[in-house]
Design a protein around this ligand. Structure first.
Ligand SMILES: [Zn+2]
Length: 129
């Protein structure tokens, strides 16, 4: 969730939609910054505000812990991983393609981006990885 986009004109979720979806136990929101910047282009203090600030804002809105982070544009570094860990997140997702996860890599989780692999190509990827 990029909380700075809530109720914006970006064809994004409204606050009411966000709260409604949160009622579904099958969905868990993760933090995705306040303004969706490329965090590697910011100072570490500004990146910390985007990362920790979004966590605090979402926790205040939902009144529950936000434990997972996703780097905008998949942009991360060792400094950003440290900030994410210190902010109290348990995991963080990148845009690096893959499905293999491990505890030591919990702050640079791989994933399959929506739309990047579908149908037969997705099945083939899952069988080979
Ligand atoms: Zn994004």
């Amino acid at each position: 969730m990029t909380n700075g986009f809530l109720d914006s004109t970006h064809n994004y979720l409204t606050m009411q939609q966000f709260l409604d979806i949160n009622q579904n136990n099958l969905v868990e929101f993760a933090s995705h910054s306040i303004n969706h910047p490329n965090l590697n282009a910011l100072s570490l203090d500004a990146a910390r505000e985007e990362i920790a600030g979004s966590k605090l804002a979402l926790e205040k809105i939902l009144n529950k812990k936000i434990e997972h982070y996703s780097y905008p544009y998949g942009s991360y570094s060792n400094d950003l991983i440290k900030i994410v860990r210190e902010a109290g997140f348990k995991t963080a997702s990148t845009t690096d393609l893959g499905i293999g996860q491990s505890y030591p890599n919990r702050y640079k989780l791989k994933r399959i981006r929506p739309g990047s692999l579908t149908g037969h190509a997705l099945l083939q990827f899952l069988q080979q990885n």
